[in-house]
Design a binder for this molecule. Sequence first.
Ligand code: ADP
Ligand code: MG
Length: 574
Amino acid sequence: MPIRVLPDFLINQIAAGEVVEKPASVVKELVENALDAGADQIVVDVIDGGRTLISVIDNGCGMSKEDLAKSITRHATSKLPMDDLLNINFMGFRGEALPSIASVSDMVIDTRNSEDSNGWTLNCETGDIKPSDWEEGTRIRVQNLFAKTPARLKFLRGDRAEMISVLDVVKRLAMARPDVGFTLNNKWRFPKNQPMAERIAAVMGDDVRGRMLSVDAKSASNATLKLTGFISEPTLRRASSVDQYLFVNDRPVKDKVLVGALRAAYMDVMHAREFPLCALYLTLDPRSVDVNVSPAKTEVHFLEPSHIRSFIIKSLRDVLAQTLSDREVAQHIGAEVPMHMQQSLNFNRRDFFVAEPKKGPDIAFMFNVPERKDLSVNKVEEHAQEDLPLGRVIGQIGNKYILAQSGENLVIVDQHAAHERITYEKLRKHKIKVQPLLTPIVVSLRGEDVEAVLSISEEMKDSGLHIGAFGDDAIAIFEKPADWDLDWVNLFHAIADEVRQYGHSSQLGERLHLKLANYACHHSVRAGQKLDLQQMDALLRDIETTSRAGECNHGRPVYKIIPLIDIDGWFERV
Ligand code: ADP
Ligand code: MG
């Protein structure tokens, strides 16, 4: 068969196969164009999940008649003025979205450049351009998507599922640009210049209010490398990665280095099957990241992935380490306890280990413990003048929970979770004890697995595992963490899988973590154990100085703080 150069319509349809996978991809390309055109108001309308109509209107710079004609020509772009693919300041640059979309739909563009006296309308099917009374910016209407390519049409999911993808795209771009206003189907509105906290709540849901921790980190070794944004308190999580919004130089990305680093940062406080929420913005020299990796431009290649990874992990761990955050402490410090509140603390004695208020002005803080009167009074008075974030012990309930009062708030602490966290953090501070092996353990593996595992052998050394190649298809273990024996084949397989998929692996760390966590769990105060005031007080003071105190190492909450206003609410006093 002779070779022929394919006609343009086929070339465009082939390109559309990559760029325009579904209605959401059309929305993504059109909204990105609107942002590149400098718009600050973007209105998206989608009918029947996008198969009948997708319309995007913007108030950006618009196009002249000449540019309008060129815009649907393949590889025509206004965004690479310096021919420099490594210095890209726009969302687009490949010049293939409009011709691709036009080739698989009926597309009409209305536009007006502010320098022109009138607007123009392009019918992409015929190539006709006519003067119009379009006033400002651009409107692109895409109708009957994939009607010309029935094979594609068959792959579309139900309207509702496609709509969810469209919403996801709009949300991601809305998170990228809180300065820009977005409207989708008149139903989802993200107003222009929305404060970041409001935009995050609008995008992720109201449950995130007050539960996101701010991140603002600069790399010590690379002046252009920065990480800003918000991550969730570990007790706030989702069952999937939907609410993980990641950006590289303001471009929404799905990047395995970033996702892996985020997961590793939360490793100590969250199950692998749970997902933290985040809006994280990584900024770096455009020359140290390649964004021209996939047609949809959602993947990136970093020049120094491992450097980026460790910078992110460290920055996020620093933030998580202060889970009992300054904000929270500030909120609980210094609040006076009004008299009526003090009296109301006279709980039903039967439910408590200790809970009988003494008469006198300090009534809320002084408790008679019949068997240990001396201790309770001394201990409690000692702190009477201080303001303690987790407050003063009131008593124990169900032999499981410690009740305390902090300022005007009621604090409830899960004693087992609390002790577990304290023990775990103490253990973590000790360096891993390494046991050198007189005879190395030899583990047989497939050659490709050996390669993958050895590629991270330096990192493993930090965790106390010293390995090396043993011929082409085995690994020798020279040193291992003391008292640590496990199914090495299984561990190395898991590591090799992760390295192949993500370029790194957190398996070893996770398993060490599990061992520590189990140890901490078995050496901690149990639920069901009666504690005296002194023990409870010591526990509270210990948590206050423990990092990541907000949750136990299984990710369950350690304490809850109930503000007076909530209690007032229960009694209908508000
Ligand atoms: P790219 O965005 O990669 O340049 P596209 O095919 O998406 O390629 O768009 C081609 C060109 O059309 C853009 O470079 C831009 O000059 C112009 N264009 C597209 N959409 C708009 C818009 N909404 N407002 C102004 N110009 C636009
Ligand atoms: Mg584009």
